[in-house]
Design a binder for this molecule. Structure first.
Ligand SMILES: Nc1ncnc2c1ncn2[C@@H]1O[C@H](COP(=O)(O)OS(=O)(=O)O)[C@@H](OP(=O)(O)O)[C@H]1O
Ligand SMILES: Nc1ncnc2c1ncn2[C@@H]1O[C@H](COP(=O)(O)OP(=O)(O)O)[C@@H](O)[C@H]1O
Length: 183
């Protein structure tokens, strides 16, 4: 079995289900792999503290998260990144960094239509953004560049969490990162 680490990069708009999926994946992977989750929302309190939501800052956010993810993955850790990471170029940059270190990079696009996200509004941010109280909010007043050829697409408005988890695990199995029967 492939004992090298990997980076599972979960991208999608706020409320799409990145944190939910990363928690579920961690539970499923933990019995077999060392796993670390880097959630954009959380790492912004330490690794990327002080960064805002301009294009430049979001790109820097992805770069720093990618750097740490690569360091961990080089030592066999399965790293789950949950960050909006709205720019295609940043995601490609991190994929290239991972490839340099011979680390598998699996891009997971968590897709949900904007109207579903607005009705979910887990944190009440869409309401504020739509009222004009939160500038540069992804999907409302700031762009989200959807991946053109993600390794896995999860449609969180129409499929249960477990279905998405299974497809991501299948992608890891196909790359030899999990034993066929485990997880
Ligand atoms: N303007 C704006 N746009 C998008 N999101 C915003 C914004 N302001 C604050 N938040 C909160 O920050 C979380 C996203 O942080 P990320 O580090 O994942 O963003 S990014 O990758 O740099 O775009 C995001 O968390 P999630 O909802 O978990 O995605 C929001 O809670
Ligand atoms: N299939 C699904 N996958 C992920 N989340 C889902 C799904 N269906 C419903 N949800 C819900 O959507 C919300 C997603 O919130 P969260 O995981 O915090 O998103 P994000 O981290 O992308 O901001 C949660 O309330 C979760 O229960």
């Amino acid at each position: 079995m492939n004992r090298r680490g990997f980076i599972l990069w979960l991208t999608g708009m706020s409320g799409a289900g990145k944190s939910t999926l990363s928690r579920a994946l961690r539970e499923r992977l933990a019995p077999e792999r060392a796993v670390e989750v880097l959630d954009g929302d959380e790492v912004r309190t330490w690794l990327t503290r002080g960064l805002g939501f301009s294009r430049e800052d979001r790109e820097e956010n992805a770069r720093r998260i990618g750097h740490v993810a690569r360091l961990l993955a080089r030592h066999g850790v399965g790293v789950i990144v949950a960050a909006i990471s709205p720019y295609q170029g940043s995601r490609a940059e991190v994929r290239a960094l991972a490839a340099e270190a011979q680390v598998d990079f699996v891009e997971v696009y968590i897709e949900a239509p904007l109207d579903a996200l607005i009705s979910r509004d887990v944190k009440g941010l869409y309401k504020k953004a739509l009222a004009g109280e939160l500038p540069h909010f992804t999907g409302v007043s700031d762009p989200y560049e959807a991946p053109e050829s993600p390794d896995v697409t999860v449609r969180s408005a129409t499929e249960p969490v477990e279905a998405g988890v299974e497809r991501v695990l299948d992608a890891l199995r196909a790359r030899g990162h999990l034993s066929p029967r485990a997880a």
